[in-house]
Design a protein around this ligand. Structure first.
Ligand code: ZN
Ligand code: ZN
Ligand code: FE
Length: 759
């Protein structure tokens, strides 16, 4: 019996253009002897196929399972059609002119095929630092407009040579319609300069730069999403010099190593971490240090981890192939400013830091920092969502209006929504200087353009002084909705987990403006997307000197001690009190007792800082969260012990800090090791909040817990609370797609605004 022929039409949505999808379909159709055609449309890709029922089924199976690495399918719809009698399978010209609603691919690390060619002396692109194909290379950072075609990218300045053009035109070639396609003959080039902007004449600038790195020099390297500052990670003098010149005292520096084998010399790599390291996103993965190791202590001082990545551009591969165990590859910026992307700008801003500049002439249109991830509690947690991930949207449960959400103040991102998609921007940084604010505005305009979004609603934080708030307030002809910071945290986690209805939200961070004008940060909310009620919080204590108390945790220590001991504070025998000048101490106690420039805070981040200072870890920090992080790093031993804790009911639960502070103080006075105190403190929080959730469940009959806020970057707390709450039968949701820190709140703001506007 002859097999029956049928005809089907398929509509594919998602990231399916500019990622080698049509050649993939073409090859698949030939594999199963199907006839028909494939074309780009305004909403994705459409396919017509004819063949036997079985082969069409196999075709559809492969379509979903074997998609090219950069493609990301969100929907396949299949319809039966009458037979047309196609003679072959072909890629046909686009049926429509507009490509507006398709998704743009993030930047993607070099693929295995290109990597092989890169180091093949017989290949015409041997050691060519800009080799790429439809499966790899720059995307988001080189696009200026849509559709994603070469004239709309920074490759428009390079006319393809005959060979490149032939590849570009051939549907069976790996480089069919690869917009950044280039070779040494026709494409971008690297050049080496000194820091007085004089070109260093040499045959091979990359090799020369590598030898400078070997000699301990600092080299600014232009990458995919911006400049890096590189030094040999094994050379302590060089790393120390970089820190000094960059004005970056202690914050860990990211390192790049050629491959997993080299990383294993200095860090442990679990199988899931290996998958992350080698993924096409190539994030920085936070890996546990091996001790001893040959990496300079200066790279990540007082920290148990190294932020490590492997090369993601051909240029990185060529450099790292020289025998470096690892290179420090930190963002090319001065302290908190945005990373440099432009050659001129880099010379201007980085010549006091870098000795040499390895630059190239392919422009970066939009900067994108390296992303950072880590594994905690059996899942991948995103610490910074940027290159490689952006602009893949977070898919939402329902369609929402077009909204622009402006984020917060620190680690900010913006978010634009359209249909059931939320597009978070790349990491923008701390909105505390003009350069970052300009980058914030530029990113919003850029995203509006390439995503074709014209927001009707703008969502922003309650904090009156955030630059993001001021930006939002200045906009005209747009509906404005203010969103409380900790509500936004909880809702961002609800959004990525597609939750609706009520949840108990634990929203823990350093700073967020409360509805009462106080600084919140240790909040338990009864939340739904459109509204929340505060159910519990850490008791308020004054923050003496306001912002200064963030930089000087000893001030918080004094505030907690005063709260717990009152004037008996002066009798305590604690290193933090001995180390601070008596006069200074007196001033701070006065500020606290008289509430001079001392706003109230319920922040859990500050409590971590205060405990760190009380047990003598540090009195001052060089970056936000440093003391808290070191307190976590210190937590050594297994412990079953906790400090006493209690809460009072005054319309809502107020968690008293006095018993915890008294317990910690007693331990310090009795010489208990800081590692034990830290472990006990962590366990106290885990017990305290699990019990509190139990109480709230009984009262309100809510069994779902959502964990969000920057404090959940603390792995001990995150893993401990998940375990403890799940043991009590709660269903616990945490962040996996966006960050728990303030980088995620723009998503929450957008969702809250959508719900509020829809009421
Ligand atoms: Zn490739
Ligand atoms: Zn060429
Ligand atoms: Fe926050």
């Amino acid at each position: 019996m002859a097999a029956e022929f049928v005809a089907k039409s398929l509509e594919i949505k998602g990231i399916v253009q500019g990622v080698g999808f049509r050649p993939f379909v073409y090859q698949l159709a030939n594999k199963y002897s199907l006839k028909g055609e494939v074309a780009n449309t305004s909403s994705g890709v459409s396919i017509s196929i004819e063949g036997t029922r079985e082969s069409i089924e196999s075709f559809c199976g492969d379509l979903a399972d074997k998609t090219p690495p950069l493609a990301y399918i969100t929907k396949i719809s299949v319809n039966s059609e009458p037979l047309e009698g196609f003679k072959n399978f072909s890629i046909v010209k686009s049926r429509e002119q507009s490509f507006i609603s398709t998704l743009i691919s993030p930047d993607v690390s070099i693929c295995d095929d290109c990597l092989r060619e890169l180091f093949d002396p017989d290949d015409r692109r041997y050691q060519y630092p800009f080799i790429n194909c439809t499966n790899c290379g720059p995307r988001y950072t080189i696009i200026d407009n849509i559709p994603y075609d070469r004239p709309n990218t920074s490759m428009k300045h390079f006319k393809m040579c005959k060979k490149c053009q032939a590849e570009y035109d051939d549907p069976e070639d790996r480089r069919f319609h690869a917009q950044p396609n280039a070779c040494a003959k026709c494409g971008p080039h690297v050049a080496l300069y000194d820091n007085t902007k004089r070109e260093i004449p040499c045959r091979n600038p990359v090799d020369r730069a590598s030898s400078f790195l070997k000699q301990g020099y600092i080299v600014a390297i232009k990458g995919l999403g911006g400049f890096h500052l590189a030094v040999d990670a094994e050379n302590s003098d060089a790393v120390a010099l970089l820190r000094r010149r960059k004005n970056r005292e202690e914050k860990p520096l990211a390192i790049m190593s050629y491959d997993i084998d080299r990383i294993r010399k200095f860090a442990y790599v679990e199988p899931e971490e290996e998958v992350l390291l080698t993924s096409s996103q190539r994030p920085i993965v936070i890996l546990k240090k091996k001790e001893p190791n040959s990496i300079s202590e200066e790279v990540s001082p007082r920290n148990r981890y190294f932020g490590t990545m492997i090369p993601y551009t051909p240029l990185h591969y060529i450099i790292l192939r020289h025998d470096f165990t690892a290179l420090v590859m930190t963002s090319g910026n001065i302290s908190e400013e945005p990373i440099a992307i432009d050659n001129e700008d880099a010379f201007e801003r980085l010549s006091a830091i870098a000795d040499f500049f390895l630059i190239h002439n392919r422009d970066i249109y939009l900067r994108s920092d390296d992303s950072i991830v880590k594994r905690t509690a059996g899942a991948t947690r995103i610490v910074r969502r940027s290159r490689g991930y952006v602009p893949i949207p977070v898919f939402l449960k329902k369609k929402v209006p077009q909204i622009l959400a402006c984020g917060g103040g620190l680690k900010s991102t913006a978010c634009l929504t359209k249909d059931n998609q939320a597009f978070l921007s790349q990491h923008i940084g701390d909105l505390e200087n003009l350069a970052t604010y300009d980058f914030f505005k530029l990113t919003i305009n850029h995203m509006k353009r390439i995503l074709d979004i014209d927001p009707e609603i703008i969502a922003y934080d309650l904090h009156p002084d955030y630059l993001s708030t001021r930006y939002a307030q200045k906009q005209v002809n747009i509906k404005k909705i203010q969103v409380q910071h900790h509500h936004a945290h909880v809702v961002s986690c609800m959004a990525e987990n597609m939750l609706e209805g009520q949840v108990i939200g634990l929203s823990f961070d350093g700073t967020g403006f409360g509805t009462d004008g106080c600084i919140w940060g240790g909040e338990v909310l009864i939340a739904e997307v459109g509204a929340f009620k505060r159910a519990a919080h850490l008791s308020y204590v004054p923050m003496p000197g306001s912002e200064s108390a963030i930089k000087e945790p000893w001030r918080m220590a004094v505030s907690y001690l005063y709260d717990a001991f009152g004037d008996k504070l002066w009798d305590l025998d604690l290193p933090v009190l001995r180390e601070i000048d008596k006069k200074n101490l007196k001033i701070i106690v006065d500020m606290i007792s008289k509430r001079i420039n001392s706003p109230y805070t319920s922040s859990l981040g500050r409590l971590f800082d205060g405990i760190a200072a009380i047990i003598g870890i540090r009195n001052r920090v060089s970056f936000e969260g440093q003391a808290a992080m070191e307190l976590e790093m210190l937590a050594g031993e297994e412990t079953q012990a906790t400090y006493d804790y209690e809460w009072l009911y005054e319309g809502l639960y107020k968690i008293a800090l006095k018993p915890i502070i008294q317990g910690v103080t007693k331990d310090v006075e009795h010489g208990v090791r800081p590692s034990e105190i830290s472990a006990k403190f962590h366990l106290t929080l885990i017990h305290l909040f699990s019990e509190l959730c139990d109480v709230l469940r009984d009262e309100r009959d809510i069994n779902r817990i959502v964990l969000s806020g920057g404090v959940f970057q603390n792995s001990i707390l995150l893993a401990g609370l998940i375990t403890s709450l799940e043991a009590k039968g709660f269903v616990v949701f945490s962040h996996k797609k966006v960050t728990a820190n303030d980088g995620g709140i723009s998503l929450g703001q957008a969702m809250v605004a959508a719900a509020v506007a829809g009421k």
